[in-house]
Design a protein. Sequence first.
Length: 345
Amino acid sequence: MMFRELNHAKCKTYLVASENGRKAAIIDPLRERLGLYLGFLAYHKLALDMIIDTHTHADHRSGARHLSDLTGAPVVMHRRAPSPYVTMHVDDGDLLACGDLELKVLYTPGHTPDSISLLVDGRVLTGDVLLIHGTGRTDFAGGDPGESYDSITGKLFTLPDSTLVFPAHDYRGHTRSTIGDEKRSNPRIAGRSREEYVQLMNHLGLPLPEGIQEALQPNQCEVDAETMPFPNLAQLSQVRQLSPKEVFERIQRPNPPVLLDVREEAEFHGELGHIPGARLIPLGELPERAKELSVLKEREIIAICRVGQRSTTAAAILTGLGFERVWNMKGGMLDWNEAHLPVER
């Protein structure tokens, strides 16, 4: 197996490749490094078989979609990933074949709801849930310190002690660690109970990363900030949320809400379907088409997407345009389907 770290900086990109068949997977590509990746593939005569993002990144633009456009390789992420351009959704225990290599998916939420780790040939690529002598922060939207603890201690720390650890970030110049090392000496989590870890993570008081406003929502939505003004984080935090069951109850009322689905058309008619009666306006088209909703300003509007993140952005945009009765459906169509509520396709 060929294994390479392609970014020798705080943001890590990895390549794994099969010696037989010359097929490769690139994990967590950066948008600004696409030329480097393409050059490496060409020099080593490798065919890109898949592109994997371990989670939705908050501090840099993912290069996954653009690398896929350039190579035709599918984009792989967890089923709770919000991006509309994921080609293959995976879950815990799934196996990804790359030539004669096999990458095992471990669902490791906590840093984000869509975080995965990848186990391959004695190595585990941990995304941002487990870092070298640290753990990923849990204070972003959807982060959960309890889930982080469970993912690390209940899943990653059950791997053999000799398993090499390769995180998606390193801020201190660390280059190598093992599961055994982290179990013994990781200052964030080694020797701590779940309650102690949750207390620690809830009181870190870290500043927001530089560029989060420019990276997080575009990575969730795959819409460039240059073409659409995104709400700021304070505006997003003020969006009112409803569960799928609460939405279903409101639909039964004599004056039901307007259901605004902001996914892409292929998603609207795809695997998860859509709520009967929902109106489709993809998020990237919303600012220029908001006038279509102006006659509905007195009605309740509930924004909907795959997992509830794009629709939170949509709800904040509408609120900023003067719509006063706007909600978001938390968990999106994924949770709607899991609640066995009615759909059309």
